[in-house]
Write a protein that binds this ligand. Sequence first.
Ligand SMILES: Cc1cc2nc3c(=O)[nH]c(=O)nc-3n(C[C@H](O)[C@H](O)[C@H](O)COP(=O)(O)O)c2cc1C
Length: 357
Amino acid sequence: MSAVDALALRALYTLPPETAHHAALFALEHGLVAAHAEPDDPILQTSVCGMDFTNPIGLAAGFDKDARVIDAMLSLGFGFVEAGTVTPKPQAGNPKPRLFRLDEDEAVINRLGFNSGGVSAFVKRLTERRARRHAPGRVGANVGKNRDTTDSAADYVAGIEMVAGLADYLVLNISSPNTPGLRALQARGPIEDLLRRALIARNRAAPDPKKPPPLLVKVGPDLVPSELHDIADVALAVGIDGLIVGNTTVERPSWLKSPNKTEAGGLSGAPLLHPSTECLRRLYRLTEGRIALIGCGGVACGADAYAKIRAGASLVQVYSALIFHGPGLAQRIKRELAQLLRADGFESVADAVGRDR
Ligand SMILES: Cc1cc2nc3c(=O)[nH]c(=O)nc-3n(C[C@H](O)[C@H](O)[C@H](O)COP(=O)(O)O)c2cc1C
């Protein structure tokens, strides 16, 4: 980490976590954070769901919920940025405080509850971005439901219809632990109905019906084997393009040290690395490489990303580690990952996918 980055990170640490997040977003939005990107090592180039990526390391959803800092994050070296989760109507989310750092554990607990500026403002920003010169790199749009909605699928359909023409790929987030009833959508009946309706909406709204944007579903890391089996079955049967594995966990490992470990919400960061990678490995075995998997949870270095890839991930996402390691993180992960791939004799990321299944 550069001295300037270390200093900025120390300053952010003196603020309450959500204030620090808003300060970071402000700095990114106003060009106060220096770009870190160097050209990507060719070994990191990859192609997933028909999209080319100069590197497989992405920013996970939740950091840029309202699509404000996509280009700033791409210029930190991420190969792709997933904006959202965005809800159809604006909503405030849960009462504060609702974001907690677990410094001793390099972890975070959040119970934000889909605070969102709503899909209209999100669409406006994506439209403006398209019209101006913007950073290369892929953009995903992650959609959710409003808390007070009774027809959940209708919210997802509304979101997909609004963003389908503006993002490279689309994500249905059905795994946040902070919206009551949301995770129940992962059960066999509801997920099948939701995916069928979302695929119809995606196909209807795609600017080029012959090449609609890939549709992925983000699942949680707490699913038991029978639930994973059902999700894999349904995903393959209805023909979605991939799964993101996964969201934050409601589990609390007994060895957590931080006093904040008792806060309610979803836990992310280092303690999530192993369980989410195991969940990914199971889903890779169940889907046998027939749909794309994005690995997410606890990645903080090249070795963590490499473990996800070897377990079956074609792409990898990061969020919490940014809070602890700062804006140079994507560059470091990529450098280490390229070294690890070469050391094991791989010629590309794709060659290593699923090697440890
Ligand atoms: C503060 C915070 C907010 C998040 N918000 C969202 C969200 O809106 N949508 C979503 O799909 N995931 C959200 N996530 C989950 C992350 O995208 C990611 O799946 C999870 O944190 C695991 O990755 P990590 O250990 O690298 O953070 C959020 C995570 C954090 C820490």
